[in-house]
Design a protein around this ligand. Structure first.
Ligand code: UT7
Length: 323
C-alpha cells in the first residue's frame, strides 16, 4: 500500500529574540508569572523585513536540503498559516515563486494552531489519491503582527517562526511497522469560536484585527480534546503509549503538554518540548519541534512519533507517523 514518508525537515527563526524580562518593560507582567503559567522563557519576533513567506521559504529550503531534493522534485506545497502575507494570494504561492517553481500547485491551509496537523493529513490524502508524489508541508507564522501588545493575557504567549517537512510517496505493507503516516484524525467544533479568535477580517471589519483569547476556557478544553483524539489514533492502529518513541505536541503551554502526557501515560523523557525557547508559534510549532529533535539526534529513522495539536475554532487532531 501507499505510505506518505517524511524524508526531510527544516526550520527558520526570525533574527530577534525577546525575553520575558524585555516584556516586563512593555506590559504589567513578570518573568516568574510567564514561566510558572506557561513554561515560556523567550520567543523570536519578526522584524519588518521578515514575513510568513520569507520564514516559510527559509524553512522549506532547509527541509529540501535535508531531503537532498530541489524544488523541481516537489509537486505540491501546502502552507499552514493564520498570518499570511496578504489576504490573497495564498502565501504558499509566494513561497512557490520564491523557490523558483512554476510547476505544480500551492495553497494555504487555515486551522490556526492545528494547521500543521491538518496540512500533513491533507498531504497524505493527496499522496494516497495519486495526485501528488512529493509534498512540501510548511507551517509558518508571524503572530506578533496580530497580537494586541497592550494585552498581557495574550502578548506574552506567542512567537514567530517556521518549520517544514518533505513528504514522499513510498510503499508499505499496511502494518504499524511501515515507515510513514500510519493514521491521522482531525476534529473541529465551531461552537467554541469565541474562545480564541481574531477580531477582524476582510469580510467583517475590513481590518486585520487582533488575537483574543479566553485562556482559562481554552486550557480547560485542551487536555480532554487532545487526549480524546490521541486515543482515536491508538485504537485505529492498535498502538499505545508504550510504543511511542517521541511525543511532539503543539507547543502552547508546558502545563497542557505535561498534563496530556500524564493522562496518556507517556513518559516525560519521550516528550519533545520547545515552548521555553519558541513560545507558541501556532502552525509552526510542531515542525519547528520536529526539526529540533532531528538536529539534536533524538529523532531517528524507524522511530514512532505522535503529533498532536489543538487551537482556535476549536480545531484539533493527531497523527501517528513512523520516521
Ligand atoms: O495554541 C492555542 C491554544 N492556546 C492555549 O492552549 C492557551 C491555553 N491557555 C493557557 O495556556 C492559560 O490559560 C494561560 C497561560 C493563558 C493563562 O494561565 P492561567 O493559569 O489560566 O491564568 P488565568 O487566565 O486564570 O489568570 C490568572 C491571573 C489573572 O489575575 P486574577 O484575575 O487572578 O487577579 C490574570 O489577570 O493572572 C493574571 N495574568 C497575568 N499576570 C501577569 C494574566 N496574564 C498575565 C501576565 N502576567 N502576562
Amino acid at each position: 500500500m501507499i505510505r506518505s514518508i517524511i524524508v526531510g525537515s527544516g526550520a527558520a527563526k526570525p533574527r530577534n529574540v525577546v525575553t520575558n524580562a524585555e516584556l516586563e518593560k512593555r506590559v504589567e507582567t513578570s518573568d516568574e508569572w510567564i514561566r510558572q503559567r506557561t513554561g515560556i522563557e523567550q520567543r523570536w519576533i519578526a522584524e519588518d523585513d521578515e514575513t510568513t513567506a520569507s520564514l516559510g521559504e527559509n524553512a522549506a529550503r532547509a527541509a529540501l536540503k535535508d531531503a537532498d531534493l530541489t524544488p523541481d522534485d516537489i509537486d505540491l506545497i501546502i502552507l499552514a498559516t493564520s498570518t499570511p502575507n496578504n489576504t490573497f494570494p495564498a502565501s504558499a504561492v509566494e513561497i512557490q515563486n520564491r523557490l523558483g517553481m512554476t510547476h505544480g500547485a500551492a495553497f494555504d491551509m487555515q486551522a490556526v494552531c492545528s494547521g500543521f496537523v491538518y496540512a500533513l493529513t491533507t498531504a497524505d490524502a493527496f499522496i494516497q489519491a495519486g495526485q501528488a508524489k512529493r509534498v512540501l508541508v510548511i507551517g509558518s507564522e508571524t503572530f506578533s503582527r496580530i497580537l494586541d501588545w497592550e494585552d498581557r493575557t495574550t502578548c506574552v504567549l506567542f512567537g514567530d517562526g517556521a518549520g517544514a517537512v518533505v513528504v514522499e510517496r513510498g510503499d508499505g505493507v499496511g502494518m504499524s511497522n511501515d515507515r510513514g503516516i500510519l493514521t491521522s484524525h482531525l476534529r473541529s467544533d465551531g461552537s467554541h469560536k469565541d474562545k480564541l479568535f481574531v477580531d477582524g477580517g476582510p469580510s467583517t471589519t475590513g481590518t486585520v484585527g487582533h488575537l483574543r483569547m479566553q485562556g482559562r476556557d481554552v486550557f480547560k478544553h485542551a487536555v480532554a480534546m487532545i487526549t480524546d483524539v490521541i486515543e482515536d489514533a491508538f485504537s485505529a492502529t492498535g498502538l499505545n503509549a508504550d510504543d511511542i518513541d517521541w511525543f511532539i505536541p503543539h507547543q502552547a503551554n508546558k502545563r497542557i503538554i505535561d498534563a496530556s502526557a500524564k493522562k496518556l501515560n507517556i513518559a516525560p523523557e519521550k516528550v519533545v518540548m520547545t515552548v521555553a525557547e519558541h513560545g507558541n508559534t501556532s502552525a509552526a510549532s510542531i515542525p519547528q519541534a520536529i526539526d529540533v529533535a532531528v538536529r539534536d539526534g533524538r529523532l531517528k529513522k524507524g522511530d514512532l512519533v505522535l503529533l498532536e495539536a489543538m487551537g482556535g475554532g476549536f480545531t484539533w487532531g493527531a497523527v501517528l507517523v513512523r520516521w
